[in-house]
Design a protein around this ligand. Structure first.
Ligand code: 3NM
Length: 210
């Protein structure tokens, strides 16, 4: 998959009334290079409409586009890939449906899950929640930056740190070995989305190089 560093997930409860596309375009202009549509409440039809609009936006800016959960929606809009949780379709089945060329990302919360995702052919894994987060309801307790260290020393596929990451704690995440970070609220809930993303982009460029 195309290299990425700054990953933004939609979270319309944080958008403060702003339009989805406007929010994500600001994030892209600030340096976000991969976007995920995550919507646990809308109807399938609504998710599809949002996915179509985000596909168009991400094409325009040459940014990778991932859909959470809905494989059918991902295929319908020709998204670049899908992101799955531990309770979603098993990776092998998702791969059968998506084909070899699409990206499959998996959320992991323990090194055993990271190992399994790697063995089963995931293209990248999520590693989290590093800190406390209010953005995911059924989330496990924070795994802390120790989990980043474990993954960084052992797992060879790309990984992205997620969960409660903010401008004020991102240094700890990078110091633990993450070179890619993913956020919902700190990005899409920011008053100045582009400005916040520019700050993360700069931090990743200067401190994230290994
Ligand atoms: N997945 P915020 S944590 C969607 O640990 C999601 O797998 C997580 O939102 C995981 O940046 C999380 O606002 C929520 O904390 C991230």
């Amino acid at each position: 998959m195309k290299e990425f560093k700054l990953y933004a997930i939609t979270g319309e409860e944080f958008h403060q009334g702003r339009e989805l596309i406007e929010v994500m375009e600001e994030a892209i202009l600030g340096g976000v290079d991969i976007i995920q549509l995550r919507d646990k409440t809308s109807s399938k039809r609504e998710v599809l409409m949002k996915a179509k609009a985000l596909r168009e936006l991400t094409k325009k800016h040459d940014v990778t586009f991932i859909v959470n959960d809905h494989i059918d929606v991902a295929l319908a809009v020709d998204a670049d890939g899908i992101h799955l949780g531990q309770d979603d379709l098993p990776l092998a089945d998702a791969r059968n449906i998506m084909g070899q060329d699409k990206i499959i990302g998996i959320s992991t919360h323990h090194i055993d899950e990271a190992r399994e995702a790697q063995v089963n052919g995931a293209d990248y894994i999520g590693v989290g929640p590093i800190f406390h987060t209010n953005s995911k309801v059924d989330v496990v307790d924070p795994v802390t930056t120790e989990y980043i260290q474990q993954v960084a020393s052992e797992i060879t596929i790309p990984f992205v740190a997620i969960g409660g990451i903010k401008l004020h704690n991102v240094d700890q995440v990078i110091e633990a070995g993450a070179t890619r970070i993913c956020m919902i609220s700190e990005i899409v809930g920011a008053d100045d989305i582009k400005g916040v993303c520019e700050q993360f982009t700069k931090i990743l460029a200067t401190k994230g190089e290994k």
